[in-house]
Design a protein around this ligand. Structure first.
Ligand code: FCB
Length: 497
């Protein structure tokens, strides 16, 4: 990787971006090329698209009749019970227990205590009217050391969870890997080791065998890019490395693991659908210079095409490979046949959208829009439209699901027992309006999952940021529906925003 790219990726991830430069031309996708795919029922009275993106609350936008309204969580962020029922240690256990790694030294030891309270949480999901629930399976609950026989008590928890979803009429969507790698596998090299991709396929096969008859949608790896950037470039996520050369080898092995898991599911002959979950950041030139356009293009390669191209077209983007260089560990680590595995046909693509990126002529990044409490997040709903239409335009009409979108807000439980998170309502309304516009323009988007169902352990930020529709009072573990949860329940009931 060029020094420049490395510096800018590091800088971007470090969020040291300075005040926004005015952007004279925002070169996002503005038109979807595909025809509507059975989405004629999607209607809108939306008069138009304000580039500043505030949707008109007076306008009612109906979604397709079977739209999958959902919410998302992940195992380490909500379950707690890190030593229960034979669970092994994960890299997030060891990382978060290391002094200085997380805010206030927070760990996922208790989190939202979902492992014990899942039945109550299932009832809350039913009360909201959710049609889909995206959760993740903790690898160290299933294989405490990352290899070998299944721990049935770990599988039983997910059997109970999945059965409880079906009993309440909610479709389960299970992510196989949301960052909690068994520590034993890290000790043998973690994702730098090609072998871990094969161990992942073994683990996936165990899970498919146990749950394949009752989980209709599987997601393989959650946000491989975040593992690469936060875990191996910046080092503020587990395993806490700062090694760009290792980072992109990890990217390759994560993609390989994805493809091997897809094949493992096909080998079961089951009917479940499967795909990867990518966090896609639309990249825009920060000015109208050629240099900014070129820098933005390369940035897009690292942020988006590295993952999309390999999974959907069977090749890595040449500009990124050239930038990494022939001697990089990643380029040297690609073996014959790997890209065929990585591009094994998938059934759907999960898109997670949080923020755009504006790239300057020198390859740096600037902010253009207000940020949320998460400094890396600029609030730009049109980015949702741009990324969804871009995926459809560039990769064809593969079914899409939004598996994460949301923001942290400074929520407080007031004396009268309410939580007035109006900022979240506005954010979700605007992003759903953008998603609706993408559907109307032909994007085959089938479902949308708010991040997150519950307040939870936000990785290095610990419990300080609250991302949930449902407030968690951590000292008592009491759950309180926030204003946004009441609002979302109505959206689901109306099938419109
Ligand atoms: C995504 C992660 C999810 C959560 C949200 C805020 O990158 O997948 O676990 O941390 O960000």
């Amino acid at each position: 990787m060029s020094i420049l790219t490395r510096r800018h990726l590091l800088r971007r991830a470090a969020l040291s971006a300075t005040a926004a430069t005015p952007v004279s031309a925002v070169l996002g996708a503005t038109a979807a090329a595909t025809t509507a795919t059975g989405l004629a029922a999607c209607q809108s009275d939306d008069p138009g698209d304000d580039p500043a993106t505030a949707s008109n609350p007076a306008v009612r936008r109906s979604f397709p009749p079977d739209f999958g309204w959902g919410a998302a969580t992940s195992a380490y962020q909500i379950e707690g019970a890190t030593k229960e029922d034979g669970r092994g240690e994960s890299i997030w256990d060891s990382f978060s227990r290391t002094p200085g790694r997380t805010r206030n030294g927070d760990t996922g030891d208790v989190a939202a205590d979902h492992y014990q309270r899942y039945a109550e949480d299932l009832d809350l999901m039913r009360d909201l009217g959710l049609r889909s629930y995206r959760f993740s399976i903790s690898w160290p609950r299933i294989q405490p050391d990352g290899t070998g026989a299944a721990n049935q008590r770990g599988l039983d928890f997910y059997r109970r969870l999945v059965d409880g979803l079906h009993e309440r009429g909610i479709a389960p969507m299970a992510t196989l890997f949301h960052w909690d790698l068994p520590q034993s596998l890290q000790d043998t090299g973690g994702w730098e080791s090609r072998d871990v991709a094969h161990r992942f396929a073994d683990y996936a096969a165990i899970v498919f065998d146990a749950l394949g008859d009752r989980v209709p949608v599987w997601l393989t790896i959650n946000e491989p890019k975040t593992v690469v950037q936060n875990g191996y470039l910046m080092g503020h996520h587990a395993p806490g490395r700062q090694d760009p050369d290792a980072a992109y080898l990890v990217a390759h092995h994560l993609q390989l693991a994805h493809g091997l898991a897809v094949r493992a599911l096909r080998a079961t002959g089951g009917t479940g659908r499967i795909g990867p979950a990518f966090n896609l950041h639309p990249c825009y030139p920060a000015d109208d210079s050629t240099a900014a356009a070129e820098a933005s293009r390369l940035h897009d390669g690292y942020e988006n095409r590295l993952y999309l191209d390999s999974a959907l077209t069977g090749s890595y983007p040449q500009d990124v490979l050239a930038d990494l260089g022939p001697d990089s560990r990643m380029v040297r680590g690609i073996r014959d046949g790997d890209l065929e595995i990585i591009s094994s046909p998938i059934d759907l693509l999960a898109v997670q959208y949080y923020t755009p990126i504006y790239v300057t002529a020198s390859g740096g990044t600037v902010r253009r829009w207000p940020t949320s409490e998460a400094e890396w997040q600029q609030i730009y709903p049109d980015g949702m439209y741009d990324i969804l239409t871009r995926v459809t335009r560039d990769y064809g009409p593969i079914p899409l699901t939004v598996t994460e979108n949301g923001l942290p807000t400074p929520d407080e439980l007031s004396a009268d027992g309410t939580v007035e998170d109006h900022g979240r309502v506005t954010f979700l309304r605007d992003h759903l309006a953008a998603a609706h516009r993408a559907i109307a323009d032909g994007v085959p988007l089938e479902s949308f999952h708010v991040w997150s169902l519950l307040d939870n352990f936000e990785w290095a930020e610990g419990y300080e940021q609250r991302w949930g529709l449902i407030y968690v009072d951590y000292p008592t573990q009491r759950r309180v529906l926030k204003r946004s949860a009441h609002w979302y329940r109505q959206v689901i009931a109306d099938n419109a925003v």
